[in-house]
Design a protein around this ligand. Structure first.
Ligand code: FES
Length: 619
């Protein structure tokens, strides 16, 4: 097996291992750094620039053309072009990151965003009341900051806060409501948290509401996974167990509060200085989080309880932040197209693309949005858990020991997460192996793995030897027992390919139906944006080879990172972004595929892998 090389990223010092030949952009994503790629890796925008601080990384012609000889000599490279040939230390400039730390935030589309949070802190110096003066502390505060509605807890704070610091205090207003009064000048300590509430993972980003900068990020597995991997099992729990909803709500809120605890610890801030929390999640997650019964989402016509954004107070959800902090829950589009999709549109500005564009978030539930002429069609498909490693015999989540990349190059070359012995394969490797088997001719378009006798002439003896027949089916040996972390051989079984075909066909059928409804062909698509944690690690050419993505050049397929988090952060930082999220509802039409007679036909034809690929983009 080929050896991986170590790549250290500065300034964080985070390191990962990857195979020689891997593109730096992909390695950075694996280390958690999502870089700006507006030209889709076409070597023309120069936004993905990084600097090699140690190690050898030869520059390509396209890098020389884009950066010039002197910058190349200084170690600058384009992450979308540079390929590993040995261990490296790589500096990622802040400006190359998808989320940069500036007060005016720049999106990957180059658009700027003003920091206009709904939280305002004002430091006031009041004069102590005179003996003969009538009126209250609140009257005198109002006289300084102007009239505003007042939350009871702010009045509770007021007398103590004023007298603790010689009548200098900070008034905290959200929208115009006074929610807190703090002793002294605390105007620089003003925070919010943006949450991506996924069925599998919860991610919280602590944001400085003064500068717009990210302060800390924390993630953990959604504790609800103990009730089942997908949203259907959670809806079922709410339908059948008398206290199912309460259990599930308590479980996700516990996970969220643990993230708040972690963010407080990591950033060394006071949680009482967190005045707003924004949540973006799928419909089921958002409803359970708010304590709203999701049962109607489990039966036709899959009706959500709300569409417009919801607002409440942190104390209503027992969040570990300031009790009067505002909570904003994203608007949702339809049954299974939720706030995370709206957040993704906010993050990518999908409705503003001049050419037709597709946003695809691949997960157990795949969400697809097609934008055309400023309007959007949105749908969701049940892709099943194959991409998360479930129902695949040697499948596993993308953690240490998971094969995450497979190349057939005369024999099998693997990339394993954590540089350990392989213990199974995750979703990206599943896509890789199918695409590579198709490329070398060992898998036919019906999804059947060929036997050694049927293999085309050019297939190497090493690959032929991996085709193992068993009870009338052929399975492909990925890792021999001696090299396996489990001490048992790892196979891609014929039935694994069948599971992949089902997941693949669901996504592609969803895409095809939206294209048809808009009267478009795949070739009309200006861009295909891949969102979500999984989407960032997929090899674009492989996703296209197996037919999951339509036949568009790789240069038009772009990774956009965790758009649910990015959009939630935007909403946290600006009231205008919240208004934008609201407006999206008026521009998007929800397409319910369960009612579409064409879905089954499209699904059946998408079960076949394409006979040929479009071109190669060499990932
Ligand atoms: S140059 Fe545009 S993404 Fe690399």
């Amino acid at each position: 097996m080929e050896k991986e090389v170590k790549i250290i990223f500065e300034p964080s010092g985070r390191s990962v291992y990857a195979l020689a030949g891997t593109v730096l952009l992909e390695v950075a994503a694996r280390a958690g750094f999502i870089l700006q790629t507006p030209c889709g890796g076409g070597a023309t925008c120069g936004k993905c620039v990084v600097r090699i601080r140690a190690g050898i990384c030869p520059a390509s012609e396209s890098e020389l053309a884009a950066l010039g000889a002197s910058r190349v000599a200084e170690g600058f490279r384009l992450a979308c072009q540079a390929r590993l040939s040995g261990p490296l230390t790589v500096e990622i400039p802040d400006t190359s990151l998808f989320q940069s730390r500036q007060q005016i935030l720049t999106s990957d589309t180059g658009e700027t965003m003003e920091v206009l949070p709904r939280v305002r802190k004002t430091c006031v110096q009041l004069t102590p009341p005179l003996h003969d003066e009538s009126g209250s502390d609140l009257d005198r505060l109002h006289a300084t900051i102007g009239p505003c509605p007042v939350c009871l807890s702010a009045v509770r704070d007021l007398p103590g806060a004023l007298r603790q610091s010689n009548f200098m205090a900070t008034a905290v207003r959200v929208d115009n409501e006074l929610i807190a009064v703090e002793p002294g000048d605390t105007t620089s300590a003003c925070y919010g948290i943006a949450f991506d509430v996924g069925s599998t993972t919860l991610v919280g980003t602590l944001v400085d509401l003064v500068t717009g900068a990210d302060i800390a990020v924390a993630a953990r597995v959604n504790p609800q996974t103990s009730f089942g991997d997908d949203v259907i099992s959670r809806i079922q729990k709410c339908r059948t167990a008398p206290d199912g909803l309460q259990q599930l709500q308590a479980s996700v809120l516990d996970g969220i509060n643990r993230i708040v605890d972690e963010l407080e610890r990591k950033a060394g801030i006071d949680r009482n200085r967190v005045y707003e929390v924004v949540f973006a999640g799928n419909t089921t997650m958002q409803q359970i989080l708010c304590g709203i019964d999701p049962s109607p989402l489990g039966e036709l016509p899959f009706t959500p309880a709300f569409r417009e954004a919801l607002e409440t107070r942190a104390s209503d959800l027992h969040l570990h932040v300031h009790p009067c902090a505002k909570v904003y829950v994203f608007p949702q589009i339809g049954g299974f197209v939720g706030g995370d999709t709206v957040s993704g549109i906010v993050a990518t500005r999908l409705d503003r693309f001049t050419k037709p564009a597709l946003l695809v978030d691949i997960g157990t539930n795949g969400e697809i949005v097609l934008a055309h002429n400023g309007n959007m069609l949105a749908t969701s498909v049940a892709a099943g858990p194959a991409f998360e490693g479930a129902r695949i015999v040697h499948g596993m989540r993308a953690t240490t020991g998971a094969i995450e990349k497979i190349i057939l190059d005369g024999d099998v070359r693997l990339n394993v997460i954590g540089n350990s012995k392989p213990a199974g394969l995750c979703g990206t490797a599943l896509i890789d192996v199918a695409a590579e088997l198709l490329r070398v001719g060992l898998l036919d378009s019906t999804g059947r793995i060929l036997s050694s006798n049927e293999a085309p002439g050019g297939v190497s003896p090493a690959l032929r030897a991996r085709l193992i027949e068993d009870r009338g089916e052929v399975n492909f040996l990925l890792v021999a027992a001696a090299e396996s972390g489990t001490r048992a051989p790892l196979f891609i079984y014929q039935r694994d390919i069948r599971e992949l075909q089902l997941a693949n066909a669901a996504i592609r059928a969803g895409i095809n139906i939206l294209l048809k409804m808009a009267g478009l062909n795949a070739s009309d698509l200006g861009e295909v944006l891949l969102a979500g944690a999984f989407g960032n690690f997929i090899r674009r050419n492989h996703a296209r080879r197996i037919g999951m993505l339509p036949p568009v050049p790789c240069s038009r397929i772009r990774f956009v990172g965790n758009t649910a988090s990015f959009g939630a952060k935007r909403a946290l930082l600006s009231t205008q972004e919240k208004a934008y999220a609201d407006r999206i509802l008026g521009k998007v039409r929800h397409v319910d595929l369960s009612l579409d007679p064409e879905f089954q036909m499209e699904f059946s034809s998408a079960l076949l892998f394409p006979e040929h690929d479009l071109d190669e983009c060499g990932e």
